[in-house]
Design a protein around this ligand. Sequence first.
Ligand code: NAP
Length: 291
Amino acid sequence: MTEIKKIGFIGLGVMGHAISANLMADGYELYVYNRTASKADDLVANGASYLPTPGQVAAASDLVVTMVGYPSDVEDVYFNDATGIFSGISAQKIVIDMTTSTPTLAKKIAEKAGELDVLTLDAPVSGGDIGAKNRTLTIMAGGDRSAFEEVTEIFGKIAKKARYFGPAGSGQHVKMANQIGIAGTMTAMSELLVYAKAAGLDLPAVIDTLLAGGANTWSLANYGPRILKDDYSPGFFVKHFVKDLKIALDESAKMGLDLPATQGALALYEKLADKGYHDAGTQALIKLWWA
Ligand code: NAP
């Protein structure tokens, strides 16, 4: 493959916008597309080219990255007969789906790509909006090992850690393990703050102290201070966490596993979404107690 200079980026939300802005700052030529075109305005003002369909982005780019919302969005962006990536891409190119999606869809994309001699990775991330802005994401990849090797340098520009795990779907499975972990750290953070407040403790001092001990988690370090500032903006949308926990539990059921703590977290987040917080950040979980 020739050196990657032209990167297509599809999905310019909280994560995709920050990542593509960083890649453009690094000197890559960016070809972008988003459902709401105006989210690309500042990128276009800084030199990115907006193209009207994912297929046209794929035709123009050496590498295409997708980071949309739900598996149904991924399906549309890749497989739409008229506008999808597979309608415009040519052999030897690489596509990377960074959306948190299903292992099954990652395999379906890899199969279709294989027919077209296109290389794929499922490469979901962890690290949130802050990680996307500060280039400190963690990337968990599955798919074509040779594609992973080709994009290692690019991953190094947007992430502090990137690892290849195996065939298509492996990256999404690792991400599900991550989300099962986050389910625990978010509920733990919320309940420890609820308890500390009820006990009349100094909450900033509690967070500062616990971060130095065994209850130190990324959730407490990053979302604890946001909660104390009454900042419930995303970050990471409640609606996306509900999606992820459903995928994780669905995959668990396929493996014959029972994960009661993750089920409990999903029930809490569904309750939060029902109260109207689906577009809030996941730290809004505390609102179930501090309404
Ligand atoms: P977001 O802000 O909702 O961004 C998703 C973007 O994709 C939106 O701009 C949306 O367009 C666009 N989109 C959706 N469907 C599309 C389609 N069919 N064609 C073109 N564009 C489409 O969400 P995000 O926070 O960036 O998250 C993106 C993905 O990464 C999700 O799967 C999420 O679970 C995952 N993730 C998020 C975080 C985080 O902390 N935010 C961390 C790790 C992983 P509109 O502008 O029209 O809505």
